[in-house]
Ligand binder design. Structure first.
Ligand code: FES
Length: 101
């Protein structure tokens, strides 16, 4: 398992998200209650960017048709999506966000 530095923790304040392209995958980093999560940015229902969606608690809502996912696990919490999205392990190291790949 390798760790890749994504950005500094200070770049994503509490309540914010930011999208990155890492190893040909679009990954959105979310800061929720000062906890950092990483999800695949592509909605599993169609072609929408979840980074452009809406966050409510630990859920992210797709801006296209309203599917919701649990940011912590990737599980679907609201249709029309039926497949989970990929999540990634994160480590915080010396103020940097690192992604496990
Ligand atoms: S593309 Fe996300 S709900 Fe349809």
């Amino acid at each position: 398992m390798n760790l890749i530095k994504v950005c500094d923790l200070s770049e994503i304040p509490n309540g914010n998200t930011k999208k990155f392209e890492i190893n040909d995958e679009e990954i959105t980093i979310c800061n929720i209650n000062n906890q950092i999560f990483a999800i695949n940015d592509n909605c599993s229902h169609d072609e929408a960017s979840l980074q452009e969606g809406f966050i409510d608690g630990y859920e992210i809502e797709c801006p296209m048709h309203g599917a919701k996912f649990d940011i912590r696990t990737g599980e679907v919490t609201c249709l029309p999506a039926v497949s989970p999205i990929k999540t990634y392990n994160i480590k915080i190291n010396n103020g940097a966000i690192e992604l496990e790949i």
